[in-house]
Design a protein around this ligand. Structure first.
Ligand code: G3P
Ligand code: MG
Length: 258
């Protein structure tokens, strides 16, 4: 991974507090706000294109309806992914991963690609989403720019088995497994992304002893941001990168990560 300033500010779905999540305008705004990394969610279209959207269905964040994985790419591309948030964003398409990476590649920001668990395929076909993601970032020469994350450890194991691969991260929800340090160590992750409410100081210390970074999500309240940074986290995932940059600036130091 390229140079990162700690504690890092990770823009959750871009700049979700003020822009329609997981759209190009949201990603550009997060970069402009000073985020060190942007987080986005990917899944597959019916014809196995890698697209950027959080939900399994189209209904909440687009002008369409139905299941993303049952909709072909050309239909997804016709949807409006901005008006649900505000009429000002009616021109925002549902992005492909490739166009998103092309947009942010020159900005100097790192990218956290979260592969949704529902895209998991046990039989790991040649065009499984994790393989497509890694092939794309290799082709675009972004291996050192991307962190791949998932709640599903199988994606991380499959990525680790590829001859050239990016760093990767395990996300967990509030119910943290008791052997989380062992699991992260076994998977050889770059970072652990816990829900911030379940994070304990002892977990942060144990992760650090194993050389694993800790990036809790989704932290939007300034008191929580400062409390977590004082507990020793390496960054926070937030809907409001501008607020986080201003809260965390007194704590920030530049460190080379690899
Ligand atoms: O980065 C962690 C966070 O994005 C995981 O949850 O549901 O917002 O994708 P979700
Ligand atoms: Mg996510």
């Amino acid at each position: 991974m390229r140079r990162l300033t700690f504690p890092a500010v990770v823009g959750h779905r871009g700049y979700r507090a003020r822009f329609p999540e997981n759209t190009l305008v949201s990603f550009s705004a997060a970069v402009a706000a000073g985020a060190d990394m942007i987080e986005l969610d990917v899944t597959l279209s019916k014809d196995r294109g890698v697209v950027v959207i959080h939900d399994d269905t189209l209904d909440r964040t687009t002008s369409g309806s139905g299941i993303v994985r049952e909709t072909p790419l050309h239909e997804l591309r016709r949807l409006d992914a901005g008006t649900w948030f505000d009429n000002r964003f009616s021109a925002e398409p549902l992005p492909t991963l490739e166009e998103t990476l092309a947009l942010v590649a020159t900005s100097g920001v790192l990218v956290n690609i979260e592969i949704k668990s529902t895209a998991w395929e046990t039989d790991a076909p040649e065009d499984a989403i994790e393989r497509q993601v890694v092939a794309m970032i290799r082709r675009m020469q972004l291996i050192d720019t991307v962190l791949v994350s998932s709640f599903h450890p199988g994606f991380l194991e499959n990525i680790a088995a590829l001859p050239v691969h990016p760093e990767y991260a395990l996300i967990t929800n509030r119910t943290v497994p008791h052997d989380i340090v062992d699991l992260c160590t076994r998977l050889n992750v770059f970072s652990w992304h816990p829900h911030h409410e379940s994070l304990k100081q002892s977990d942060i210390e144990a992760m650090h002893q194993s050389g694993i970074h800790v990036f809790p999500y989704t932290v939007n309240n300034p008191e929580d941001m400062i409390r977590l940074v004082e507990m020793g986290v390496d960054g926070i995932v937030t809907d409001d990168p501008e607020l986080a940059v201003s809260c965390l600036t007194p704590y920030r130091r530049s460190v080379k990560t690899s």
